[in-house]
Design a protein around this ligand. Structure first.
Ligand code: NDP
Length: 488
């Protein structure tokens, strides 16, 4: 065939070209107060702290550190809103507000996604394609339930529990807010929510969404601050506490609330097993393993942080995994090509480094993806450990970072035994060609969520929650409504 002159020249080298997301859509105030009774108020504590961009270690805004008096006033505002109108509104009216919030989240999703990545360090691809669509979906889903609670719980006369104190972590700031606020409001409760110290900004921008939706004042109140503010909220006159975070703090809260009559749900840590059998579609499984542990820098309570692979395919899986890890792009969270963003805080980075050190000292073999990390900010390369014994800390403790421990098994019985050999029980993954084996495994795995031939899939209609030290109570689905309702 004759070559045509003037055809587009074939490039000799493919250079990497970043595709940064613009940040001018986000307008940050230099300083944020507390959102109480539908108004921005100055903290009585007169304390402030700086929240930063972990990818650049640059300050973004000053945020209030709410004290005991601030929390008390927020709970009072929530109580007034509850008793004066919100709990008596017909479900169909509450639904309208939830629908409005969901639609505004969709309309403002780019702005919120950029802010989520700026303040938390997660790749824009994830905040844009996962966090924001799921947060809106949670409001849409619960809007649908608001006027159907009598059908969800027939003959049980469901009614609101009251004022809910909600405490959320830093790994999915806006999404965890949606998981907490949407069901509470759908069931006729009012809320005081405390975002995590390091990631308060999307919760504060969400207050603007609430105003735009004309949600009555006091129905949702946001108090920012560190763990001390959380502890004040647990102590305050709330009717229910909903907590997502570490098992350590979860236990503390449970002890604190024992005998108080306050309701409690806990969504805590995990050390999930992602189990690959020799008949699994290996390439697909490798994608699932990568998604399971490197999604959101591994800052995921249900992360597949223990890979259990059948001995006969272990070498093949690990070789393919290493090759795939080499293709992960680590860096600027606002670059649309980035797969792995920044670690959320200096403190979390130290924790990851210490646990990785312990893995080396205990005798595991480390592999880290070859990548150049930015000079500023908090970063950790995608990491893999082989030759891991079940007793090692990296196989037992939640690392909450991009670190995978690989263990092997020979029989399905051994896989179940090893998968369940953990104090946690939040999630698990099973990769196999046989449907019967998936069911056999699912019956025996002690985990709240089990994914089959996929990983990290979320849907507001599907209940999520743990066994053992991963907590109790469910979020999402009909099961997730129950903790927000009182019955006759
Ligand atoms: P925490 O459990 O401390 O944080 C969760 C939330 O609870 C935050 O809003 C936190 O505030 C608040 N809090 C802290 N102390 C108290 C208290 N005494 N009473 C009430 N609320 C409190 O988790 P960390 O951020 O310290 O992370 C530590 C480890 O926890 C991680 O390395 C990871 O292993 C695990 N973790 C698990 C999560 C999960 O989803 N299962 C989520 C986050 C962390 P503040 O942010 O100000 O500390």
């Amino acid at each position: 065939m004759e070559r045509r002159a003037g055809a587009v020249p074939v490039p000799s080298r493919w250079e990497y070209a970043p595709a940064p997301e613009a940040t001018d859509l986000v307008r940050l105030e230099p300083r944020y107060g507390l959102f109480v009774g539908g108004e921005w108020v100055e903290p009585r504590s007169r304390e402030w702290y700086q929240t930063i961009n972990p990818a650049r270690e640059e300050p973004l805004a000053e945020v209030a550190q709410a004290g005991g008096e601030d929390v008390r006033l927020a709970v009072e505002a929530a109580r007034t809103a509850l008793e004066s109108h919100w709990s008596q509104l017909p479900g169909s009216e509450r639904a309208k507000y939830l629908f409005r919030i969901a639609r505004i989240l969709q309309e403002r999703s780019r702005e919120l996604a950029v802010l989520e990545s700026l303040n938390g360090g997660k790749p824009i691809r994830e905040s844009r394609d996962v966090d924001l669509p799921l947060a809106a979906a949670h409001f849409f889903y619960h809007a649908g339930w608001a006027d159907k609670l009598e059908y969800a719980f027939p003959n049980r006369r469901p009614r609101p529990v009251g004022v809910c104190g909600q405490i959320i972590p830093w790994n999915f700031p806006l999404l965890m807010l949606a998981w907490k606020v949407a069901p509470a409001l759908a069931c006729g409760n009012t809320v005081v929510l405390k975002p995590a110290e390091t990631t308060p900004l999307t919760a504060l921008l969400f207050c603007d969404v609430l105003r735009q939706a004309e949600l009555p004042p006091g129905v949702v109140n946001i108090v920012t601050g560190d763990g001390r503010t959380g502890a004040e909220l647990v102590r305050a006159e709330v009717d229910k506490v909903a907590f997502t975070g570490s098992t350590e703090v979860g236990k503390l809260i449970q002890r604190q609330l024992a005998g108080s009559g306050k309701r409690l749900t806990l969504e805590l840590g995990g050390k999930a097993a992602n189990i690959v059998f020799d008949d699994a579609p290996i390439d697909q499984a490798v994608e699932g393993i990568v998604n399971g542990i490197y999604f959101n820098q591994g800052h995921v309570c249900c992360a597949g942080s223990r890979l259990l692979v059948q001995e006969s395919v272990a070498d093949e899986v690990v070789a393919k995994l290493k090759r795939r890890m080499g293709r992960l792009r680590v860096g600027d969270p606002l670059d649309k090509n980035t797969d792995v963003g920044a670690i959320n805080s200096a403190e979390q980075l130290r924790k990851i480094e210490a646990l990785v050190e312990s893995g080396k000292e205990e005798g595991a073999e480390i592999y880290q993806a070859p990548c150049r990390l930015p000079d500023r900010g908090y970063w950790f390369p995608p990491t893999l450990f082989t030759r891991v014994a079940q007793s090692y800390r990296i196989a037992q403790e939640e690392i909450f970072g991009p670190v995978l421990s690989v263990l092997t098994f020979r029989t399905p019985e051994e896989a179940v035994e090893k998968a369940n050999n953990t104090p946690y029980g939040l999630s698990a993954g099973v990769w196999t060609d046989k449907g019967s084996r998936i069911l056999w495994m699912a019956e025996r795995l002690r985990a709240g969520v089990i994914w089959a031939n996929t990983y990290n899939r979320f849907d507001p209609a599907s209940p999520f929650g743990g066994y053992k030290e991963s907590g109790f109570g469910r979020e999402g689905g009909r099961h997730g409504l129950e903790p927000y309702l009182a019955f006759d």
